[in-house]
Design a protein around this ligand. Structure first.
Ligand code: ZN
Length: 121
């Protein structure tokens, strides 16, 4: 699967991963764990897969971006920047975002903190 297609799948999955899951929800009353719940279990598994695949894609994009920068391959660089909603940012900032995503963190929050350290610290 291409990185672009993988990212499309992640975007499609994202709203499902953001569904509310609460320890005391009625849907899994009587079950031992939320993972056993037919609703919450699916959401929790989707979140885990989403996080894992996002991190793997970010790791791959870090390498591709570095190589593209060295080759002055603007097309490859902008494709990655657009994929991560970082188009127009400087390469250092894009790298901060990709590193955060590769570590399983919110890349846009990491970029915001990088660009405005006094606001978020
Ligand atoms: Zn449930």
């Amino acid at each position: 699967m291409s990185a672009a297609l993988t990212f499309e799948v992640l975007r499609a999955l994202k709203p499902f991963t953001e569904q509310h899951v609460a320890e005391n929800a009625i849907c899994h009353a009587g079950l031992t764990t939320m993972e056993e719940c037919s609703r919450c279990g699916q959401i929790l598994r989707a979140r885990a897969v989403h996080q894992k695949v996002t991190a793997q894609l970010a790791i791959a994009d870090q390498v591709t971006y570095a190589v593209a920068m060295r080759r002055n391959d603007l097309h490859a660089c902008t494709a990655i920047e657009r994929r991560w909603d970082l188009f127009g940012e400087n390469p250092e900032t894009v790298s901060v975002g990709l590193a955060a995503a590769a570590a399983g963190r919110d890349h846009l929050a990491a970029v915001a903190a990088h660009l405005n350290p006094e606001v978020t610290s």
